[in-house]
Write a protein that binds this ligand. Structure first.
Ligand SMILES: [Zn+2]
Length: 425
């Protein structure tokens, strides 16, 4: 496959104008000037497009699409315990399949080529991911309060064994406890033991609210990050993602840095639940790998990394009153190369020879983007998910001219509308 006549935003701050990207199998074979002769049996014409690395959403709960626009304007604890958990109890495996399918379609249409998911009914999530063609790290999230006999933890381990590195490498897996406030210490230790035994990484929600931090200090005398560090949560091998990290001390950040934990910042979700604002510039200054997540559709209320990039590009300038804070290239890296590092795949996140072909084409002739001027600025400050024209994942075209080719979009929307009516009334 060749993408011809395209401007390439490499992802390392450089632009290559008027190039051809040659894709062989699932790899980027070479990037050459457009006038070079290349085999052209399968050509995508990229005129007026900007090719960039696919976006990585490092924290979401894909199946929560059925809760989109339900239970808004509430604080996290009330929202979670009085609205979300009771609604989730009514979700079935087949429903989850459709909800994940809708999430996958939504993300593909907004240029997300890889995401990290923490939820349940993960066999059904995997089935949806296999069909839609997206790339995902799937974690059967567990919590001690809902798993007194350890059945769900076993399910999580079995899922890892069955699915890690399947679907031509598009599906990988980790374990993960939901958060420190939904599991006791013994349970979290068991999760760590299982991860060690399997060679799996771990994910967790960390320091999302002031309440979580204050409760932890009251109960354990240390912050949530120090508490997890003591249990050995950050000593496992592989992918380590801490979602949120809104309320972190300097020592907490030093621990995260030392243990090689990636942060999934969920700016939109934290703003909406009024949890606070993660200090991304400070984390970056400490050399921590920071990436962007959307969190579930129930607290965002969509799964657009373009929206998160725009927030990241604007918010820290306003807070610091420094217009140089978080420039467009830095913001793009959060959503591409850093995201790739967070999910443990060094062959994603930049358009360069030898990397896996997860590439999106952004239509720069769109009235809200043209004239494109500085391409990185166009991506962060002008573009939205709807400007993505074509999506290639693992060397395969999964969306062309805004039509998802792998599954039926209307069918997924209809099914999830019906599920929402059935569960939420
Ligand atoms: Zn979350």
């Amino acid at each position: 496959m060749v993408i011809k006549n395209v401007n390439v935003l490499v992802g390392d701050g450089n632009i290559i104008n008027n190039a051809s990207i040659v894709i062989n199998g699932n790899k980027i074979e070479k990037i050459v000037p457009s006038d070079c002769a290349v085999a052209d049996d399968n050509v995508i014409y990229g005129n007026g497009m900007l090719a960039m690395p696919g976006l990585v959403n490092t924290h979401t709960h894909a199946a929560m699409t059925f809760l989109r626009n339900y239970a808004n304007d509430m604080n996290l604890q009330d929202w979670l315990f009085t609205k979300i958990f009771p609604a989730e109890d009514k979700l079935t495996a087949q429903m989850a399949y459709w909800c994940v399918k809708l999430a996958d379609i939504e993300m593909i249409k907004a240029g997300v080529t890889c995401y990290s998911d923490n939820y349940f009914f993960m066999d059904d999530a995997a089935r949806a991911v296999e069909e839609t063609g997206i790339r995902a790290v799937l974690s059967r999230s567990v919590s001690g309060i809902s798993d007194p006999e350890g059945k769900k933890l076993k399910e999580s381990c079995d899922f890892f064994k069955q699915y890690n590195n399947t679907a031509d490498g598009r599906i990988t897996s980790t374990l993960g406890a939901h958060a420190i406030y939904t599991s006791d210490t013994d349970y979290i230790r068991k999760v760590v033991e299982c991860a060690d035994g399997l060679g799996s990484g771990l994910q967790i929600h960390l320091a999302e609210t002031v309440k979580e931090v204050e409760d932890c200090i009251a109960q354990n005398g240390v912050t949530p990050t120090e508490y997890l560090d003591k249990i050995g949560y950050f000593d496992v091998e592989g992918v380590k993602i801490a979602a949120h990290c809104v309320h972190m001390t300097d020592n907490d950040l030093d621990i995260i840095k030392e243990k090689g934990v990636s942060v999934a910042a969920n700016i939109g979700s934290n703003l909406k639940l009024a949890s606070g604002i993660p200090d991304i510039p400070k984390m970056m200054a400490k050399g921590i790998n920071v990436s962007l997540g959307t969190d579930g559709a129930s607290s965002n209320n969509n799964l657009s990394i373009f929206n998160e990039m725009r927030l990241a590009g604007l918010l820290y300038k306003g807070l610091s009153m420094d217009p140089l804070m978080m420039n467009a290239d830095e913001v793009i890296r959060l959503a591409t190369a850093n995201g790739a590092r967070a999910v443990g795949n060094g062959c994603l996140g930049e358009i360069k020879e030898g990397n896996i072909a997860d590439i999106i084409l952004v239509d720069t002739t769109s009235p809200s983007i043209a004239p494109v001027g500085e391409p990185a600025a166009a991506v962060v400050y002008s573009a939205c998910g709807g400007d993505v024209d074509t999506v290639i994942i693992n060397g395969k075209t999964v969306m062309a001219h805004r039509v998802v080719l792998t599954c039926d979009e209307e069918e997924a929307v209809d099914n999830v509308n019906q599920i929402a009516r059935q569960i939420l009334g």
